[in-house]
Design a protein around this ligand. Structure first.
Ligand code: GRG
Length: 325
């Protein structure tokens, strides 16, 4: 999915072209090995979603970005990148952004410390943008960790509540998207009311993004996911569609029989089929749609009609191209 193309905001593409060298510059030290590790995933690409949110919020995608706008965008991408380095160690992942993961290529120890290094660089840049942004990014880092710990703690628990799920994804995914929008609104010098409205947009956008990811883990194709579907199920991460199916009087009991411990490939496919065949996918799509409506309402409070329309369209597209079963 090319977010920049979908948004169609005139200045975003050239802003992102300016962002790339700044991102590299922000992590390079001159130590050949460390530089290889810290630029490994940067060079592999990624959607640059968080910088896009920050730059869209600061400039509405309509004017040139200032150095402050760009540095805000660098700071949020570095936090995201660091979280990927650490997440892949935790998941023992072998691939990320279509290349070998950092932990697989350089080992866990290097991946963890290089992730810390990326966080340090992000903190340094944020400090240069002022106390409010530095404190905001530090608080968000705490939320990411809280969300991730909550998810690990809930692994294999069929009594995980929907509220617990919502709190965990709000921390691990939505918080950084909310902060990306907020930092953009702050570097863009927008009014306080708009800063809050754009933050709320980012939070709702992040919720759509994660619920969508969780739906696709059940019904996505291998091409869409870059891995076979049902991975979260096998690893004990029981997401919204799974929790809704467990509560379903028809499909719930059969799923309950299978879950609660790691699954082999056959059981993974059986569990996935039960969730995919229940009403939980349509219900989860509805949840994502209601976040898209909230997102559109929040962004409409800002000064730019063009930005509001483009962002609302993107939020709805993320929901509308989901299979609803
Ligand atoms: C060290 C910052 C830090 C955090 C420690 C590991 C951890 C706590 C949190 C993990 C948070 C995490 C990986 C959440 C998932 C977020 C997510 C939706 C990732 C995928 O984002 P995309 O699709 O990725 O935007 P690209 O590669 O396109 O940038």
């Amino acid at each position: 999915m090319n977010v920049v193309e979908l948004l169609g905001l005139p200045a975003l593409e050239s802003q992102l072209a300016l962002l790339e060298p700044l991102l590299v510059e922000s992590v390079v030290t001159g130590d050949a090995f460390l530089d290889e590790v810290t630029t490994h995933l940067l060079s592999a690409g990624g959607k640059r979603l968080r910088p896009v949110l920050a730059l869209a919020a600061s400039t509405s995608g309509m004017r040139e970005a200032t150095r402050e706008d760009l540095l805000g965008a660098v700071a949020v991408e570095l936090v995201h990148l660091a979280s990927l380095y650490h997440d892949d160690v935790m998941d023992e992942a072998t691939m990320r952004r279509n290349v070998e993961s950092v932990n697989s290529r350089f080992g866990n120890l290097v991946a963890i410390v290089a992730g810390d290094f990326l966080l340090a660089r992000s903190a340094e840049i944020a400090a240069g943008l002022g106390v409010e942004i530095a404190a905001l990014l530090a608080a968000t880092l705490g939320e990411l960790c809280q969300g991730q710990v909550a998810e690990v703690h809930a692994a294999f628990r069929m009594d995980r509540s929907r509220d617990q799920y919502t709190v965990a994804i709000s921390g691990k995914t939505a918080s950084l998207m909310a902060t990306s929008c907020r930092i953009g609104a702050l570097t863009g010098g927008l009014d306080r009311g708009v800063v809050d409205a754009y933050t709320e947009f980012g939070r709702c956008f992040g919720m759509i993004f994660q619920v969508r990811d969780d739906i696709l883990d059940v019904v996505g194709t291998k091409a869409q996911l870059g891995k076979p579907a049902g991975q979260d199920l096998a690893e004990g991460i029981y997401t919204l569609p799974v929790l809704l199916t467990l509560d379903d009087p028809q499909a719930g009991p059969a799923l309950r029989e299978l879950l609660g411990h790691p699954l082999d490939a056959e059981a993974q496919e059986q569990a996935r089929t039960i969730v995919a065949g229940s009403g939980a996918i349509a219900e989860s799509v509805q949840v994502a749609r209601s976040y898209a409506e909230q997102a559109a309402a929040a962004i409409a409070a800002g000064p730019s009609v063009e930005l509001a329309e483009a962002m609302a369209r993107l939020a709805h597209t993320l929901v509308d191209d989901l299979p609803s079963h």
